[in-house]
Design a protein around this ligand. Sequence first.
Ligand SMILES: [Zn+2]
Length: 612
Amino acid sequence: MPVSTHEELDNRCPVPTPSSDDAFAEVKAKVDLVKVVQEHVRLTKRNKDFWGLCPFHQEDSPSFKVNPQMQSWYCFGCERSGDVFTFVELIEKTDKRGALQLLAERAGVELKKLSPEQKERSDSRRRLLAMLKLAAQFYEYVLWSSPAGEKGRRLLESRMVSEETARRFQLGYAPAGRGFAEYLRAKKKSLQDAHDAGLMRSDGTDFFAERLVIPIRDERGQPLAFTARTVRPDEQRKYINSRETAAYIKGRVIFGLDLARDEITKQGHAVLMEGQFDVITAHHHGVTNAVASSGTALTDDQVRLLKRFTDELLLVFDADRAGRAAAFKAIELASGHQIRTRVATVTAPAKDPDEFLRAAGAQAAEKWEELAAAAPSGWEFWIKDSLTGLNPGNPNQLELAASRAREVLEKIPDAAVRDTYRERAAGWIGVQPHLLTAQASPSPAKRERVGERGGTESNGKGGLAARLTGKKLTVGRYLLQLLAVRPVAFERVRTKLTPDELDEEDRGIYVRMLETYERGGVSGLETELAGYPPEEQDLIRRAWAAPPPSVDDEVAVELAERIRLDHMKGLQSGIIRELSEAESGKDSERVARLEAKARELARAINELERRG
Ligand SMILES: [Zn+2]
């Protein structure tokens, strides 16, 4: 039973008293840390340990290690560590007692010593869930087996949703009047619970009366709430939703995930739609990896939930302004969790996926394939959308286009990804990529100060990676070019960087230039250049002819620190690799030594990153 379901997540809800240490020990003995972690992190076994991407800090290569023997975990990146309780505490954003509660439920350990008040809250949540389940069954029964359900059945027919699909989603119909209350009375169930679950008004009438009800279920299929569509043409409010309760926090549910999860894993991506009905129609037409963010803009919690199943989202939002805005938000959120996005746009006259698929009828699957295949990546979609209506051939609009593209580019968290899109965007607009860097603005005054190449002044932090356009110019090369143009920057750089921190190919020329500078000062290079190896002469001459984007001391220092950081990260992954070897060889002394080294490096890296 996965730990991160809404009812369990809710830390306003039952919290056991810190009971005795026995409870912790008993729970710990019954749960497997690896399994708990695996619900949040994809782990790969290396020797006897498991490795994955740390869920607590951003990284591209795994430095998060789980030791199954010790039932402990450690991250070499952010240096967090602990046991199964600390892991659950951090990942579920709860406290120690909350973690105990979640894990105890999972392990089937009954926690004694709940205060009466806590026990009451725990029970009431359980009752709420049972009531929601019962309501879903009741509504489903009414829809298919009672004359009152006729209106609901007709609505489904008009939407071309088959009974089979409707049953998969457990759709139902809430009759007018007090139908559910009477049913509960007959079954001797509490009306108060139904009221607490938001199913009933205080006069006993059904909250969802005369509506087709759609259960919102968690990823295990437990109903947590309902959304309901009216069947009355005169009703102003088309949809009404359950309010949030102890069982339901809407920003944490992904609609359809219980039905789509296997297909999502199989296909490697989830299709994220806006509306519940879009999802139902999609499943009906065989797009069974479709889900929806359930009545809200996508939230961080929802992305985290999806991340457990996939690294890619195909976003299908309505073709209007609000739909586009929702897509942009989803692109940004997802990329913050290292989830790739693509954006499929339904083609007119359809306004949403539901209309699109219904209009396609028998060809729905085929048309869907086409739509999905044509979907550009999220960032491409966003950048191109920002350029809509602008003509880069017109100088005034060119500047506007560049600034709009820059705005989107700056939202891309990963530097390498950002560089790639910068190059592509430059191509779409028809400008040099460095004009799309963070602080770039094509003002002529600045251009003169830097030289003939239209680079710009830097004001320090943030824009460094941005200024490295594409992979051709490495950080090391950038620094060397900058030093060739501005040797006085050696004064600051030499204290920040030792030659062995540079890549091998940059080391020789760096040392030679430094020596030249020490001997001959700022003009030394011109005098001594003839004595340099030809390829080094070439690099320096080219830098003189076409200076790199930003030439100043601050940038030089930034570059030096970046090189040092990259160097340390390289060392760190080497040590982590060595470590897993040492562990498999059971060389405990070497393991301890390497672990100490890794920790020391992690500290230094954190320190540098904090400053940067
Ligand atoms: Zn970490």
